[in-house]
Design a protein around this ligand. Structure first.
Ligand code: ACO
Length: 340
């Protein structure tokens, strides 16, 4: 029998920040390197441009920059943080974790730091994990980062994938918030039956990098776009409703939906299925493309910086991605002012 513990400590977002590389790659730039068009990309995906990391910047640098902004927004120093969780599907190295590189660059001493891998749902998973450490009293402040540089894993001759992705990082500081505020519920799901639909086959222990794997571009993203699309338009409404049910809320209680930014048509279809006006769906896909596990915190940070979020607003964060994985967090916003 499932035991449901009544929460006494509420974990919530007390600081948020994001960082996008400065180099912009437009659809018109892509027209010059692959058989595509601005019109096709815009109408099929909603993307106009994306940001791309340069050769001298590592994924950990993006993550550090987003983290510093989140710490500043929280009015905290790195010495106040008890744990770092970083979600990514494009780690800087196979080993060690990117979280450890970030820990060192932020000047944190020996606090625990680890990566999680849950495709583009990674940030949703990482927030849920971080909140458990706070709600159980284990830690007081947790830095949660979503960072990806999938441009490093793209086959720039494959128009079915290379036009979709961009790089970026978003970070939040989780801490104890007022009773009834913060993370009200989490819903997490996965089905390894869909593992083949979206993957980077080489570079791990199953298929280590070899000359052959390099020639066959097996270290690049491979995706069955149509199947992932069908999965996404089922998963977004299902996770949304499941997380809201756990929080005893309905879609009408939500002020802002912050979905994973993969394709504007996925967002439009999901909004229709949920019966939600598109004005409530936060969407910045035109500027950044699919930044994978960074897309949700980046969109949330932009919304926060725009000044529209008020204390008490209900936010629904919802993601889907490789695994296949999907999930949602329901958050009652507890912050009043931004320090950025
Ligand atoms: N430019 C021009 N034509 C293209 C391009 C392109 N970039 N890409 C594909 N096409 C062509 C195809 O070759 C095909 O041509 P054909 O009819 O002559 O065979 C035609 O366009 C239609 O292709 P479809 O794949 O059916 O196009 P669709 O409308 O399904 O869009 C897309 C493809 C954008 C990939 C869509 O399926 C999608 O967004 N899927 C979901 C992807 C997603 O969300 N992935 C991220 C998951 S998150 C994570 O974990 C990383």
């Amino acid at each position: 029998m499932k035991t449901i513990l009544k929460k006494e400590t509420f974990a919530g977002i007390i600081g948020i920040g994001s960082h996008l590389p400065s180099k912009t790659l437009t659809n018109f730039d892509l027209e010059k390197i692959v058989d595509t068009s601005d019109k096709w990309i815009k109408t099929r995906t909603g993307i106009s441009e994306r940001r791309i990391i340069d050769d001298n910047t590592g994924l950990s640098d993006l993550a550090v920059s987003a983290s510093k902004k989140a710490l500043f927004d929280a009015g905290l120093e790195i010495t106040d943080i008890d744990l770092i969780i970083l979600s990514t599907c494009s780690p800087e190295m196979v080993m060690p974790s990117t979280a450890c590189l970030v820990q060192q660059k932020l000047g944190a001493k020996t606090i625990p730091a680890f990566d999680i891998s849950a495709g583009c749902t990674g940030f949703i998973y990482a927030v849920a994990i971080g909140a458990q450490f706070i709600e159980t009293g284990c830690y007081k402040k947790v830095l949660v980062i979503g960072a990806d540089a999938l441009s490093k894993h793209l086959d720039w001759t494959d128009r079915g994938t290379c036009v979709l992705f961009g790089d970026g990082a978003g970070a939040v500081v989780l801490g104890v918030v007022e009773q009834g505020y913060g993370i009200l519920s989490n819903y997490l799901a996965a089905t390894g039956a869909g593992a083949n639909l979206l993957k980077i086959p080489a570079g791990g222990s199953g298929l280590p990098a070899t000359k052959d794997s390099f020639v066959k571009k097996l270290h690049c993203v491979q995706m069955n776009g149509n199947e992932v699309f069908k999965f996404a338009v089922r998963a977004l409404p299902q996770a949304t409703n499941a997380a809201l049910r756990k929080a005893n809320l309905t879609v009408d209680d939500v002020d802002y939906f912050i979905p994973h930014q993969a394709n504007i048509r996925i967002l439009e279809t999901a909004a229709r299925k949920l019966g939600v006006g598109f004005d409530k769906i936060v969407n910045n896909i035109d500027k950044y493309g699919n930044t994978s596990t960074a897309s949700i915190p980046v969109a949330l940070d932009e919304l926060w910086q725009s000044g529209v979020i008020k204390k008490g607003d209900v936010m629904l964060l919802v993601g889907f991605g490789a695994g296949l994985t999907w999930g949602a967090n329901v958050i009652k916003w507890s912050k009043t002012t931004s320090s950025n």
